[in-house]
Design a binder for this molecule. Structure first.
Ligand SMILES: NC(=O)c1ccc[n+]([C@@H]2O[C@H](COP(=O)([O-])OP(=O)(O)OC[C@H]3O[C@@H](n4cnc5c(N)ncnc54)[C@H](OP(=O)(O)O)[C@@H]3O)[C@@H](O)[C@H]2O)c1
Length: 163
C-alpha cells in the first residue's frame, strides 16, 4: 500500500527535543495533538521512545527500530533498520499514514524521506541532550501554522513540506 510517510515532533528553542530520556516539557495540548494525529496510523520509533511512551499506544500500530535482536517490545513489531521499518509500515492494514516519531537518530535518518513534517514549535528554552535536525534544509515549505497557548507556553502547530 502506498501510504504517506510523515514526521511528527515538538521542538523547543535551539531545536531541543529531549533530556535524559524524557521530553523536556509537560504540555498536555501537544500530547493530545500527537495522540490525535497518529491515531489510526503506524508509528516508527526508537527503543527509548517506546520506553518513554510506556509501550504501545492504543488504536495504532508501532514499529520499534533496534539493532539488538535480543530486545523485545511487547505489542510492537521490531525492525533492524529504518528501511526494514518502512517496508513493514507500508504493508500495514492501518488506514492512516506512517509517522516517524523519533528520537534524534531516527529523525536524522528518516526526515529526508518524509513528505511532510508536523512540527510543534515551542517558544521556550529548555535544557536538553537530544535535538531535531535543521528541517528548513529538507522541508522549507510552510503549509500551515496554528498558534496556541498551553498554560503560559506559546506553541505553533506547523506543517512543513519538501520543496
Ligand atoms: N520532542 C519530541 O517530539 C520527541 C520525539 C521523540 C523523542 N524525543 C526525545 O528524544 C529522546 C529519545 O531519543 P533517542 O535518540 O535518545 O532514543 P531512541 O531513538 O528512542 O532510541 C535510541 C536507540 O535506538 C537504537 N538504534 C537503532 N538503530 C540505531 C542507529 N542506526 N543509530 C543509533 N541508535 C539506533 C539504539 O538501541 P539498540 O541498541 O536497541 O539498537 C539506541 O539506543 C528522549 O529524551 C525523548 O523524550 C522527543
Amino acid at each position: 500500500m502506498n501510504k504517506p510517510v510523515y514526521a511528527i515532533a515538538a521542538v523547543g528553542a535551539g531545536r531541543v527535543i529531549g533530556a535524559a530520556g524524557r521530553l523536556p516539557w509537560v504540555l498536555p495540548m501537544d500530547t493530545r495533538y500527537f495522540m490525535e494525529m497518529t491515531r489510526g496510523g503506524v508509528m516508527i520509533e526508537g527503543p527509548v521512545c517506546y520506553a518513554e511512551l510506556g509501550g504501545v499506544l492504543p488504536d495504532r500500530e508501532t514499529i520499534v527500530v533496534s539493532r539488538d535482536s535480543s530486545k523485545t517490545f511487547p505489542g510492537a513489531s521490531c525492525a533492524a533498520t529504518p528501511e526494514a521499518a518502512l517496508e513493514l509500515a507500508r504493508a500495514s492494514a492501518m488506514p492512516g499514514p506512517v509517522w516517524v516519531c523519533g528520537g534524534q537518530w531516527l529523525y536524522e535518518a528518516m526526515l529526508p524521506r518524509c513528505e511532510r513534517l508536523y512540527l510543534t514549535e515551542i517558544a521556550e528554552t529548555y535544557p536538553g541532550d537530544r535535538f531535531f535536525p535543521d528541517w528548513r534544509e529538507t522541508h522549507p515549505r510552510l503549509l500551515s501554522a496554528r498558534a496556541a497557548r498551553d498554560g503560559e507556553v506559546s506553541l505553533v502547530f506547523s506543517v512543513y513540506s519538501r520543496p
